[in-house]
Ligand binder design. Structure first.
Ligand code: C2E
Ligand code: MG
Ligand code: MG
Ligand code: MG
Length: 283
């Protein structure tokens, strides 16, 4: 009887678990289709230089235009891609499309592309990057790859070796979402970065939380000492921007949300809707 009750309890949850598994399988199959049939698209978000007061580059952010579900954001499908191995094809698609786009930009601004830690596990990322550059004609000096510390969790040695090989070709490496994981200071000693992006949770808390502010200031001064560029992500207000003048670059809705590249027409490189005048960036 007890055993039957136990099984009954288990069965109670089973349909829900099943539904989740089925939903994921459907999403995975759809995503496979999406990569083949060009349902993915890329929005670009400006990175604005504090010194120059200008847009210096764009970060490529993938979206999925699903035929029946509408626009799906990366947080809802990149994890599915990572678990299924589809991240290799997805990542290659984004890299190739973004490099091809950027090769035509005038002025020739920099391009940032996110790499998933899972991409390091499956294929030769270094080779994929080299081919995307060669085929698009984008000079390696204009490309920057954003990685999270997830790259170092399973096999740090391998992660470092791959990043060093990529970096040797002239591509820059940025650590994304810094402060959210283990964020050991030893990363700064061992790992081959050109840039650190402070996670937007710190920027969000900075104005009303003195700890968050101290952490941001410490990362900025660490960056200066180690000759690393420091970027603040998720800047949403003028007040936040005023506190971030020690950074190299800023990024966030206050400057511009991610948009289709066509909307940054001509010399007006900041989203006209936000009406942020670039000269006002210098506080
Ligand atoms: P991320 O690389 O840290 O990108 C920043 C995310 O913050 C983007 O979300 C961006 O739209 C959002 N954001 C920018 N400014 C603000 C702001 O002022 N306030 C707030 N609240 N959010 C802001 P998105 O586009 O939804 O992308 C989420 C994450 O998905 C990215 O985080 C990245 O980890 C991943 N991702 C996006 N595209 C790719 C890709 O092509 N490949 C891989 N592997 N991951 C990607
Ligand atoms: Mg990023
Ligand atoms: Mg980030
Ligand atoms: Mg993030």
């Amino acid at each position: 009887r007890a055993k039957a009750d136990g099984r009954g309890g288990y069965r109670f949850f089973e349909p829900a678990m099943d539904a989740i598994a089925r939903e994921r399988a459907t999403l995975e199959a759809d995503l496979r289709e999406a990569i083949e049939h060009e349902q993915l698209l890329i929005d670009y978000q400006p990175l604005v230089g504090i010194e120059s007061g200008r847009v210096e580059g764009f970060e490529a952010l993938v979206r999925w235009q699903h035929p029946t579900r509408g626009l799906i954001m990366p947080t809802d499908f990149v994890p599915v891609a990572e678990d299924s191995g589809l991240i290799v094809d997805l990542g290659e698609w984004v890299l190739r499309r973004a490099c091809t786009d950027a090769a035509r930009w005038n002025p020739p601004l920099r391009l940032s592309v996110n790499l998933s830690p899972a991409q390091f596990g499956y294929a030769d990322v270094c080779e994929t990057v080299a081919r995307a550059l060669a085929d698009s004609g984008l000079p390696p000096q204009r490309l920057e790859l954003e990685v999270t510390e997830g790259v170092f969790i399973h096999d740090a040695k391998r992660g470092i070796a791959i990043l060093e090989r990529i970096r040797a070709t002239g591509v820059q490496i940025a650590m994304d979402d810094f402060g959210t994981g283990y964020s050991s200071l030893s990363y700064f000693r061992q790992f081959p970065f050109d840039k650190v992006k402070i996670d937007r949770s710190f920027i969000k808390d900075m104005l009303h939380n003195s700890h968050a502010r101290s952490i941001v200031e410490a990362i900025i001064s660490l960056g200066r000492g180690l000759n690393l560029q420091i970027v603040a992500e998720g800047v949403e207000t003028a007040e936040q921007l005023a506190q971030l003048q020690g950074c190299s670059q800023v990024q966030g809705y206050y400057l511009s949300p991610p948009l289709p590249i066509g909307q940054f027409a001509g010399s007006v490189l900041v989203n006209p809707q936000t009406a942020v005048e670039l000269p006002s960036l210098k506080a």
